[in-house]
Design a protein. Sequence first.
Length: 153
Amino acid sequence: MGRFPAVLTIAAMLLLGGALLPVPAGRVLASEPEMPPYPERGLKGPVSADRLPVPENPVLLHGRDVWEGTCKVCHGPGIAGAPKITGTRFWAKRIEQDLPVLFDHAKNGFSGSSGTMPARGGNAELSDADIEAAVRFMVSNSGGQDIALDGLQ
Ligand code: HEC
């Protein structure tokens, strides 16, 4: 019969093999899920945490709550010169400074070229750990996913 049927047989085996491979649905992720590719200016309209993927990492999950409670007011819509969460274009240079600088600016306040970041987002009740978690959450959703968990155990 020549080679043709052999090729068909191999193709059929590959198809069958593929169909029988278990699909990793609902698997537990060792790391955070890939973020969707946000437009460089960020998602349209004011962003709240419920529009973003829910992180599995407990620090990021805590950061999500802190962010929603205190930081969203400015960083959700991107008002008063605050870089909007998911707006990778507004965050790229900031993220290059790395986490320690961002932590410092978020805890102690910071006036740059676009406005004034109040110390602790104006919420004196937040601990250093709260602030760091919120920064990690914001960074992870703004193009800095690769550094967002740096320095954690
Ligand atoms: C009242 C508005 C406001 C709130 C609330 C606020 N921010 Fe900001 N934030 C700003 C502004 C404005 C900037 C940009 C300052 C600049 O670069 O001129 C900024 C910048 C930042 C930066 C980047 C700093 C840098 O070095 O580029 C981080 C990180 C940050 N904020 C974290 C937070 C966190 C965490 C919270 C909540 C705990 C928060 N912000 C709440 C207004 C706010």
